[in-house]
Design a protein around this ligand. Structure first.
Ligand code: MG
Length: 224
């Protein structure tokens, strides 16, 4: 029987893509640059690649912040200050917290039955602000984040720390819901908790990777 539920934040509860797009538009305007739709596409691709490298411990989070927008501007053929854009992007992102469809409804529903915890790699202060803005924070028991210790999903240690935090719930009483097979699902599997994959983009899945798959957040009500 499940007692505690770990929730990924970006692209599970909060729509990172929509929030990032709004932030990018605003930041580019501040730099006097034009926005075009391909900026978001290039951002998402470069950002994904860099986060995968962090997950594989090939680069640090600091390196991501140092190079992210310089790479994006290079790819777009735009001459602009990548460091300044990164600064504007990071500070701007805190002001946008667009929930994924059904996110508020599902946290209300789940919080009536289980203790809820967010489990995310995003910077702690940024998460507090975004979860507050979106109205999700009242339903969350605790924000689990170990970036200060350099511990990120999908490291097993991240999930071991989560298990300590949700105690006395035992591993068989804990579930994770997240959109990333590599970070949320593989990580959850590594400590033997129930895994629920939020396949919001209709990705092709390999069987056996997760315990359950949902296409919408409200589908979680059929499982929990
Ligand atoms: Mg996510």
């Amino acid at each position: 029987m499940i007692k505690a539920v770990l929730l990924d934040v970006d692209n599970t509860l909060l729509d990172f893509n929509k929030s990032a797009n709004a932030t990018i538009k605003h930041a580019l305007k501040e730099l006097g640059l034009k926005y075009s739709a391909d900026v978001l596409d290039v951002f998402l691709r470069v950002n994904d690649t860099l986060w995968q490298k962090i997950e594989q411990k090939e680069i640090t989070r600091e390196e991501l912040h140092r190079v992210r927008w310089s790479i994006i501007f290079d790819e777009l053929g735009v001459i602009a200050d990548g460091h300044e854009m990164e600064r504007l992007f990071l500070s701007g992102l805190e002001d946008y917290a667009i929930p994924v469809d059904g996110a508020i409804d599902i946290v209300k529903y789940l919080s009536g039955k289980y203790k809820l915890y967010t489990a995310s790699n995003a910077p702690y202060a940024q998460q507090v602000k975004r979860l507050t803005l979106s109205g999700i924070i009242p339903y969350i028991e605790r924000i689990l984040n170990f970036e200060a210790q350099g511990i990120n999903k999908p490291q097993k240690q991240f999930f071991s720390e989560c298990l300590k935090a949700v105690s006395p719930a035992k591993r068989e009483e804990v579930a994770i819901i997240g959109d990333s097979l590599s970070a949320d699902i593989a990580g959850g599997k590594s400590v033997g908790i129930t895994t629920i994959w939020f396949n919001r983009t209709g990705e092709k899945s390999v069987s056996g990777l997760c315990d359950y798959t949902v296409k919408t957040l409200s589908d979680i009500k059929n499982i929990l």
